[in-house]
Design a protein around this ligand. Structure first.
Ligand SMILES: NC(=O)c1ccc[n+]([C@@H]2O[C@H](COP(=O)([O-])OP(=O)(O)OC[C@H]3O[C@@H](n4cnc5c(N)ncnc54)[C@H](O)[C@@H]3O)[C@@H](O)[C@H]2O)c1
Length: 317
């Protein structure tokens, strides 16, 4: 489909897990997509099926450096999302969130583009409030090993709201909760990919702590739908809005579900919890339900089946 009224949409971090699914969705809707990435954690294979499609362009660039492009909309997703990756070069992680936000907000201001920030549930830190509504200010350690990501993302939110107040920039902020699905990085150290890869390789499944800590898991298609709805929402609604799946599962339940799907004989083994690991994290999505008419639809078992099939293909390469 080629649309004459298509938006020119910049997706930073477009070759990553979420960014590549967003590019798919925007191209399917007939938008012109500029996918920008420095390939720190993203890979070309995630978007190679879009190469040569009308309206799709791939740009190698780091958001910590300014750039000038004529665009109508910006989705700012550039930032490594998994602890293994963002702790590998923590100074660069903060720079990506903070300098990246400054550069993308500056671009949006110059070309009068609408800009959406992919923020995170990590802004809530290790929360005392459960589930977390957007009004909760969070409990974040400013000097811990996760701070480069958590505080970088908090500062980016501050910049978004100050550009809005000071320069009347049109902004949107979503707080993404744990999302999984095809094109997750197999070595990103996150629990879904860890468990699936271990189960597919017939290795023991590593559970940190007692396995009673809970997480909620949102399937990528649901997440992208929420993100696009937010971008298209009433200009007066700027967020922040939680996008995630409130269904809560213990790590033991997740491991057992993955073992049921994969089969095999992996055993569960227990290791100590990493520093600052939150015990519980669950989105309150009442605002997304009322303001965006959005709620997740994909059941954990169905989403995990899709994810397992993806990992089977990439582990066979
Ligand atoms: N996946 C989740 O569960 C989750 C949860 C909360 C928030 N988020 C946010 O969503 C966004 C996308 O996350 P993801 O899971 O797709 O992670 P990802 O690591 O797969 O994608 C991030 C992308 O950004 C690129 N990137 C990193 N630094 C860059 C820079 N300086 N310049 C240009 N590109 C750069 C990477 O190469 C990668 O393609 C991130 O901002 C992340 O913080 C994700």
């Amino acid at each position: 489909m080629i649309r004459l009224d298509a938006n020119r949409v910049l997706v930073t971090g477009g070759a990553g897990f979420l960014g590549s699914h967003l590019c798919d969705r925007l191209i399917a809707e007939g938008e012109d997509v500029l996918c920008l990435d420095n390939f720190y954690t993203g890979i070309k294979r995630n978007v190679e099926h879009l190469m040569g499609r009308p309206g799709f362009e791939l740009i190698r660039h780091g958001v910590t450096f300014p750039l000038y492009l004529e665009v109508d909309r910006i989705y700012n997703l550039a930032c490594p999302a998994s602890p293994v990756h963002y702790q590998f070069d923590p100074v660069q992680t903060t720079k990506t969130s903070v300098h990246g936000a400054i550069n993308m907000l500056g671009l949006a201001k110059r070309v009068k583009a609408l800009i959406l920030q992919a923020s995170t549930s990590e802004v809530y830190g290790d929360p005392e409030v459960h589930p977390q509504p957007e009004s909760y200010w969070g409990r974040v350690n400013p000097i811990g090993i996760r701070s480069c990501y958590d505080e970088g993302k908090r500062c980016a939110e501050t910049l978004f709201f100050d550009y809005h107040r000071q320069h009347q920039l049109e902004i949107k902020v979503i707080r993404i909760f744990n999302t999984y699905g095809p094109r997750m990085h197999p070595n990103d150290g996150r629990v879904v990919s860890n468990f699936i890869v271990q189960a597919l390789k017939g290795k023991d499944i590593t559970i940190y702590g007692s396995g009673q800590q809970t997480r909620s898991f949102c399937y990528v298609d649901d997440l992208i739908d929420g993100m696009v709805r937010m971008m298209n929402s009433d200009p007066a609604f700027i967020g922040p809005v939680n996008i995630g799946n409130p269904g809560e599962f213990t790590m033991l339940e997740l491991a057992e579900l993955i073992l049921k799907i994969v089969g095999g004989k992996s055993k569960l083994v227990f290791e100590p919890l990493p520093q600052d690991d939150p015990k519980q994290r669950q989105p309150d999505i009442a605002l997304a339900q009322s303001a965006l008419s959005w709620e997740p639809k994909v059941k954990l078992e169905d989403g995990l089946k899709e994810t397992v099939s993806y990992f089977k293909t990439i582990l066979a390469i």
